[in-house]
Ligand binder design. Structure first.
Ligand SMILES: [Zn+2]
Length: 399
């Protein structure tokens, strides 16, 4: 049976008495159909209401294929039981603000820019309208201003029920997609739309309509917007973010983009400078390491843990040492997990890749390379043990 939808004629009603007509299941949860209900089921881009039915919590409200309102509950309620329904007003009112705001914003976009609203989605954080055509920033700003003017004029928002003949004579913003009696939302003197959702009673209750972003989408435009309480929360969020930025770079809010751009350019220069210095330092350190190399079986060997160098730095050092003849080199970072670079001079017979592979078999990590140069990372273990094992492998590899 079709339950009486109390929100159709009164969106502000938060309490009602009803009788459970039938018990159902939605997925693995119990659900009930009532003889009358003020709960809004998810439809037309607007999410469901929450609240309670007696002791039971209403966790979701959906419309069945035949148009029944199914209240999904956290516990069973037997058929025949009378219940008192209570709507979560904070959530309902938020949806009313967003949804009525959408009517006015869509009407303004339609009137000023000839941009028809193709779809609407009321999200948990922001809502979106998809418009049929591309729009410029200026057009969007003009529609946003006009929509807010209509909000501040505090126009009555009425609910009208009309039959098909009456509907045909009304200047509805959008062709109705259903026959029979239509529920029309009338923003006094501004917009007439067939809609089954919940709306505020006067436009002033929307507070403010703020477009947050616009993007091109399938030849049209998607606008993200917030109304009322959400707009205030957005403002607070932006205010905190801007204040947080300003604490670090002391400029006026409108100068932030340029300041961030400057910081990025500076950081890029610094990285370039640091890289150059790191390479030069690696050259000096490499020379020192080469001078202090151990003599093993007539070959010069450098097996060292190096502090403060990343993989690129270690590689640069290893290559610098091996540009001289007669060297076998293994450099490990002191950071854990460790980075390892194994290399040899051109005249030395040693397979760097198999030395690294043997190290990784024991200490883990990933990497690889060629006989003259191999590098890896993610080696974990005691640094002394890694160095000792490398010396051992060098001994074998060069025998
Ligand atoms: Zn609506």
């Amino acid at each position: 049976m079709m339950s009486d939808r109390l929100y159709y004629s009164d969106s502000s009603r938060t309490e009602f008495d009803a009788v459970v007509v039938e018990g159902r299941r939605v997925g693995d949860r119990p659900a009930v159909v009532l003889d009358a209900s003020a709960f809004y089921p998810t439809s037309g881009g607007q999410p469901f209401d929450t609240g309670t039915l007696g002791e039971a919590r209403v966790i979701e409200v959906v419309e069945s294929e035949s148009g029944e309102v199914l209240h999904v509950l956290d516990r069973e309620i037997p058929a025949g039981q009378p219940v008192r329904g209570q709507i979560d007003w904070v959530r309902r009112f938020d949806h009313m603000q967003q949804h009525t705001g959408q009517h006015i914003l869509s009407a303004a976009l339609d009137k000023l820019c000839d941009a028809r609203t193709v779809s609407f989605h009321l999200g948990a954080e922001v809502s979106t309208v998809d418009l049929a055509i591309p729009l410029s920033e200026m057009e969007i700003a003009a529609a946003e201003s006009e929509a807010n003017r209509v909000v501040w004029e505090d126009r009555p928002v009425r609910i009208r029920f009309v039959d098909e003949a009456e509907a045909a004579a009304l200047p509805l913003r959008k062709e109705p997609d259903r026959a029979g009696t239509l529920r029309v939302i009338d923003v006094d003197g501004y917009d007439l739309s067939a809609c089954g959702g919940t709306h505020v009673e006067r436009s002033g209750a929307i507070g403010v309509i703020a477009v947050l972003s616009a993007e091109r989408l399938r030849g049209g435009t998607r606008l993200e917007f917030v109304c009322g309480g959400r707009a205030l929360r957005s403002l607070r969020r932006f205010r905190e973010a801007v204040a947080g930025c300003i604490r670090h770079v002391s400029v006026a809010p409108e100068e932030l983009p340029a300041a961030v751009e400057r910081l990025q350019a500076d950081a890029k220069d610094q990285r370039k400078l640091a890289k150059g210095l790191q390479e030069r330092l690696a050259g000096f350190e490499a020379a020192a390491l080469a001078a202090a190399a151990e003599e093993v079986n007539g070959r010069r060997q450098v097996v060292q843990a190096i502090e403060g160098q990343d993989q690129n730095g270690l590689k640069a050092m290893a290559l610098a040492i091996c540009s001289n003849p007669g060297f076998s080199v293994a450099l490990l970072s002191t950071a854990s997990p460790a980075v390892a670079v194994v290399a040899r001079s051109r005249d030395v017979t040693l397979d760097s890749a198999s030395v690294l592979k043997a190290l990784m078999t024991e200490f883990g990590g990933r990497g690889g390379g060629r006989p003259d140069l191999a590098q890896g990372g993610g080696l974990t273990g005691e640094l002394g043990a890694m160095l000792a094992r490398t010396r051992e492998l060098f001994g074998k590899g060069q025998a």
